[in-house]
Design a protein around this ligand. Structure first.
Ligand SMILES: C[S@@+](CC[C@H](N)C(=O)[O-])C[C@H]1O[C@@H](n2cnc3c(N)ncnc32)[C@H](O)[C@@H]1O
Length: 328
């Protein structure tokens, strides 16, 4: 497979768990696949090279040069549609045999300081994948202290969320917090840094990014949209990068995992026909991939095959979606 090329001066995004994703989707020549998270097009290109037709979505307009390259290489089998995967069933031209979602930020987004995703580089506190709507700076400078603490705790599992929120509110009383490194330094000063641990701003940046982009809502809606779109036998493959997302995907494929234990004193609940078959265990990167691409360390792939049972109505119940009153 040819590697996706990056834009000038930028390292290309290296697709994670690519062999495993191809294996899960098993694209036959002529299959129609929807790639809901195009990025640099690594999955799309591999699927096209396997003979499939691909409709690809991305909410980030900056992926266009990558999409144009694939359109030039595969003019009759590749189409790019700008948009979010929460409505992938409406953006698809018709039924598909497979859907793939590779949730999270791309290397291009992380590496561009002006996008504001990385606390390692000085940039505006932005984090909007689509470059529209409320930015991370808007949240940090307007949420009240309790809302901000709830957000950092719920979406970043940050146990020192209250101390961070209090420090943010004190700092912004003097001047708004407007850059990535300003926030990262404030967090480091507030909760300290232990040698060998991840940067103390890691969890807070994750939480803000999730809130800014409505990532949990996107994921839940995208999963149910895939269930509606895929016919019997169609395959769904989802790659996630942290445990909060993986829990949602796991419970979506196997609702029994999120169901409360049945009391033997209550009437038996009628078991519904499963919507997904062959939804096996989570796959992680091999030692060889870890050595090649350290970013694959936190990636988890889950996949399933659609049964004939009718699609469910969208519901957040039982999926373990974190709730934050401070979420945008
Ligand atoms: C991890 S990258 C995908 C990389 C891709 N698999 C590849 O091989 O190059 C995730 C991409 O999904 C996009 N994205 C994230 N959430 C999205 C959503 N809700 N709808 C559409 N695109 C989304 C991001 O803008 C980013 O470009």
């Amino acid at each position: 497979m040819s590697e996706p090329r990056g834009s000038e001066g930028q390292a290309p995004h290296v697709p994670v768990l690519l062999a495993e994703v191809l294996d899960a989707l098993a694209p036959l020549a002529g299959a129609r696949i929807l790639d809901g998270t195009f990025g640099a097009g690594g999955y799309s290109r591999a699927l096209l090279e396997a003979g499939a037709s691909v409709v690809a979505l991305d909410r980030d307009p900056s992926v266009m040069p990558h999409a144009e390259r694939l359109s030039a290489d595969f003019p009759s089998r590749f189409k790019f549609v700008p948009g979010t995967f929460s409505s992938l069933d409406e953006l698809s031209d018709g039924p598909v045999d497979g859907v793939v979602l590779d949730i999270g930020v791309s290397s291009m987004q992380l590496d561009q300081a002006q996008r504001g995703f990385s606390f390692m580089q000085e940039g505006p506190l932005d984090m909007r994948m689509s470059s529209a709507g409320e930015s991370a700076a808007d949240l940090v400078n307007t949420l009240d202290e309790a809302e901000l603490a709830n957000l950092l705790f719920a979406f970043g599992e940050e146990r020192k969320s209250r101390r961070i929120a209090s420090a943010v509110v004190a700092a912004r009383a003097t001047a708004p917090i407007s850059t990535t490194t300003q926030l990262a330094r404030l967090i480091e000063k507030t909760i300290g840094r232990k040698p060998g641990d991840a940067h103390p701003a890691t969890r807070s940046f994750q939480a803000l990014r999730i809130a800014v982009n409505g990532e949990f809502e996107q994921l839940v809606e995208g999963l149910f949209a895939s269930e509606r779109l895929l016919a019997q036998g169609g395959r769904l493959a989802v790659v996630t990068f942290h445990s909060l997302e993986d829990r949602i995907v796991k419970r979506f494929f196997d609702p029994e995992k999120g169901a409360p234990t049945q009391s033997r004193h209550l009437p038996q609940v009628v078991q519904e026909a499963p919507r997904w078959a062959r939804a096996g265990k989570a796959l992680k990167a091999s030692p060889a991939e870890l050595a090649r691409n350290p970013r694959s360390r936190s990636a988890t792939l889950r996949a399933g095959q659609r049964t004939a049972a009718p699609a469910r109505t969208l519901s957040y119940a039982g999926l373990g979606v974190p709730l934050s009153r401070g979420a945008a």
